[in-house]
Design a protein around this ligand. Sequence first.
Ligand SMILES: [Fe+2]
Ligand SMILES: [Fe+2]
Length: 222
Amino acid sequence: MPVTTETPVGEIASNFPLATRVFARHNIDFCCGGGAPLQKACEKRGLNVDEILVEINSELEGTQDATKWNDAPLTDLIEHIVSTYHVSLKEELPRLEMMAKKVNAVHGEKDPERLQAIETVFCEMKEELLSHMMKEEQILFPMIANGQGANASGPVSVMEHEHDSAGDALRKLRELTNDFTPPEGACNTWRALWHGLAALEQDTHQHIHLENNILFPRALTS
Ligand SMILES: [Fe+2]
Ligand SMILES: [Fe+2]
């Protein structure tokens, strides 16, 4: 089901979690104002709906582009991974961390163990992912770009191990958030955090897929 100017923003947020990044960027309310069609929600914020649609579609396209990377030059694939996934992850991790801390601080008493666990698991994962991306950008990706990929089996196996660890953290977050379903009566930040975590999971799965299944095997045999 494609997103149109008439699709209610709440429906867009549940069917396409990555679109919530665009909503967050422009302060479009998809929680309380979730029933409003995209057109109305944009008018309310003085935004051009066509430009917002383009932004939404470009967030969603990232998830459909796996196939062409089997043949593209490795340097293009690296550039794509960094500009699509690393850049947005560096933007999302601090934003979601702030929200996880806020929800725990304000609503902690409603579900103390889980909200604390979500904050702890998320903050650990954030630190790991930031240092992981730094290693890729400063060590492994330059090796691959310089044609040294065949000698990179050491760094590659470290990266794969760290991907497993991120995958475990995301699984825990999914469990702790009841498959990213906000509880009845959850406030806007709480809902936006759940949507943001769902989008992060989807995006990170795609990101890791491109590295584990395409970039690394191709680099090792290059
Ligand atoms: Fe990466
Ligand atoms: Fe990675």
